[in-house]
Ligand binder design. Structure first.
Ligand code: TYD
Length: 238
């Protein structure tokens, strides 16, 4: 399969500011004249967004770690077929908020299912599609997870209010309860963090760690620098 576009993924613990950085990079690349597709996992397609709801809703009870991993890959297989591969085939730049490294870090390491199972499923279900570049946003786990928890609590509060008020349906639609992972304990996120570090050690060519502890604008400049250096893609800073 020919791949003319570029596939860039963003990874990191919850609340490291991935979505903000992805948006900023997309704007900078577009300003430099590139065609950019922004997407996310789990989700990114109609079916994938339904799977996302099951996976992230804190009302989902008793999902086994294996079922959780299978759903992550179901969403991903559809996402590749419907969005990622077609965009790459058209020479576009695909920016994706999380990809298989998340499954390796969260399910492989966090849920203790192991890397081998994840990599095997990736080969079978995703045709072993690899990002050209992965940006791992690195910040203190306690800080970033705390931030994600506060954000999602605010969002799900909006969802409850939206659900009671018919004039506010969009709030309910766009801010579902996505707290299931954030409810995990410190030990879980420590394992996820270690999982990411192991991937960086194994694939230093593909994954670049970017310090995300400073101001968003500072992190953005670092991200633009990495993209320019690794992929020779020009991006105009905002
Ligand atoms: P995301 O929306 O990126 O959350 P955040 O913005 O808080 O980082 O991802 C949703 C959650 O799904 C996040 O807690 C990580 C988890 N996840 C996995 O456990 N495995 C996966 O393969 C993916 C893609 C996400």
């Amino acid at each position: 399969m020919s791949r003319r576009g570029k596939f860039i993924t963003f990874e990191g613990l919850d609340g490291t500011g991935k979505s903000t950085q992805m948006r900023k990079l997309a704007a900078a690349l577009r300003a430099a004249g590139h065609k950019v597709v922004e997407t996310r996992e789990p989700g990114g397609t109609a079916a994938g967004e339904k799977i996302r709801r099951v996976l992230l809703d804190s009302a989902t009870e008793g999902l086994s770690p294996l079922a959780e991993m299978a759903l992550m890959f179901a969403s991903r297989a559809q996402h590749i077929a419907e969005v990622i591969q077609p965009a790459l085939d058209h020479g576009q730049i695909v920016l994706c908020d999380r990809f298989t490294d998340s499954t390796e870090a969260y399910q492989g390491s966090g849920r203790k299912l192991g890397s081998e199972a994840v990599l095997k499923l990736h080969r079978v279900l995703c045709g072993d599609l690899q990002p050209d570049l992965t940006i791992l946003l690195d910040s203190d786990p306690a800080m970033s997870v705390g931030r994600a928890r506060r954000r999602n609590r605010r969002a799900s509060h909006g969802a409850i209010k939206g659900g009671n008020d018919s004039s506010n349906k969009n709030t309910a639609k766009h801010h579902p309860d996505e707290n299931r992972f954030e409810q995990q304990n410190r030990a879980f996120f420590t394992r996820v963090q270690e999982g990411y570090q192991a991937i960086v050690a194994r694939e230093p060519q593909r994954i670049v760690k970017v310090d995300a502890s400073g101001a968003p604008a500072q992190t953005h400049r670092r991200v633009v620098g990495v993209v320019g250096r690794k992929l020779k893609l020009a991006a105009r800073n905002s």
